[in-house]
Design a protein around this ligand. Structure first.
Ligand code: SF4
Ligand code: SF4
Length: 378
């Protein structure tokens, strides 16, 4: 179950698994639980919003993984802590937005297609909406900006609020909170903005193990990425950190059916042909079929790995929902690891997604994990 090559070895062998929690998704309790389930089962990287509270929650999840694994020595000795990654953007990007609308404008007879289409339950009219959503029916920490609600509202009442992750938080994130990796989201045509952002990132390269550039598929993506490499290549070589291209096939669509993964694979093949320096990893539309499709096309190992976002999170949602229901019943905060059955189920779900990608990687996993005693999180 737990595949324990180091993240760098996984990149080299083609078994790199990244869990994308989301640049906009900031539901801290879910992030902690996602990190535990996927982290224990061999995820190489956890990609979270560049928000100190979110990074702290992910670190807390990784700490819980370590405590659980150390209870299983000697097998636990081989467990490798996943790298923690945060993302910044150089301009408008759907990964960095949340939906917002004023529910008082909605007609009483509206059948609320927005509520039905939301994959995370972020639109909830009767729910206990947190203070930060007081003027909207969108529970902001649950919204990851997929945009599906925007197109279904017959009145066009839902707006997307986009934002730019400022690099001003980088010192705290990289130096104080111990982030291992950074991802820069860019788009064809953003070259000047990318250059500006890169100047802010450059001083922190020696503190990072990996820098990734994520760019959506576009007819001019390859020449654009070449331009980027010409600009950053000497900095990256000097710093010694690893470099990765994230082929973002069809952003935030992994839960939209099996074919959603095809654009990411086609984009990955384009990048392989371009022969740019660095690792190539797929994202955007990746799901349970991605690893098998890569294997069938002989691409496993050439493509360094796969990132799973909405699909990976949606798989674990029933477990997270159940944990929340138990919390409501006993009126206290529960950790995933305090609920042995849920931890077991969550790990099994994570294993099912990770194992096909790691098929050729030696497996050595901690067993007999002892659940920690019930405790209250501060
Ligand atoms: S449908 Fe997508 S954009 Fe709309 S609220 Fe839900 S997660 Fe956010
Ligand atoms: S679909 Fe539009 S009008 Fe209907 S409830 Fe949702 S936001 Fe309101």
């Amino acid at each position: 179950m737990n595949c324990n090559n180091s993240p760098l070895q996984s990149l080299n062998s083609g078994g790199w698994f990244k869990l994308i929690c989301g640049a906009s998704f900031q539901h801290v309790p879910s992030i902690r639980s996602l990190v535990i389930a996927y982290g224990l089962e061999g995820a190489d990287c956890i990609d979270v919003a560049a928000e100190p509270a979110v990074v702290a929650a992910a670190q807390e999840g990784l700490g819980a993984c370590e405590r659980l694994v150390h209870g299983t020595k000697p097998q636990g000795d081989s467990w490798q802590r996943p790298w923690l990654m945060v993302s910044v953007n150089d301009g408008e990007d759907p990964h960095f937005r949340t939906a917002r609308f004023d529910p008082s404008r909605c007609p009483a007879h509206c059948p609320r297609p927005c509520e039905r289409v939301c994959p995370t339950g972020a639109i909830a009219f009767e729910a206990n909406i947190p203070n930060n959503s007081a003027h909207s029916s969108v529970i902001e920490p649950l919204c990851y900006g997929c945009g599906r609600c925007l197109s279904v509202c017959p009145h066009g009442y839902i707006d997307a609020v986009t934002y730019q992750r400022s690099p001003q938080d980088l010192p705290a994130l990289v130096l104080d909170l111990g982030v291992d990796a950074l991802e820069i989201h860019t788009h064809v045509g953003h070259y000047k903005k990318f250059q500006t952002l890169w100047r802010s990132v450059r001083p922190y390269l020696p503190n990072l193990r990996l820098v990734a550039v994520s760019c959506p598929r576009h007819p001019d993506a390859i020449p654009y990425l070449r331009e980027i490499w010409d600009w950053v290549g000497s900095d990256v070589r000097r710093s010694g950190c690893a470099w990765l291209w994230q082929a973002d096939g069809k952003p935030m669509s992994g839960d939209l059916g099996q074919k959603a993964t095809d654009p990411a694979i086609a984009y990955g093949e384009d990048l392989l042909r371009a022969n740019l320096p660095g690792f190539i990893q797929l994202a955007g539309g990746t799901n349970q079929t991605t690893a098998d499709k890569l294997r069938q096309r002989g691409l496993l190992g050439k493509i360094a790995g796969v990132a799973y976002g909405g699909y990976g999170r949606s798989q674990l949602k029933p477990v997270l929902d159940q944990l929340e229901q138990r919390e409501q019943r006993c009126n206290q905060t529960l950790t995933l690891e305090s609920q042995a059955d849920l931890l077991h189920r969550g790990r099994a779900i994570a294993r099912n997604l990770i194992a096909p990608l790691k098929g050729s990687v030696p497996v050595n996993s901690p067993t007999n994990l002892t659940p920690a005693p019930l405790k209250q999180r501060p």
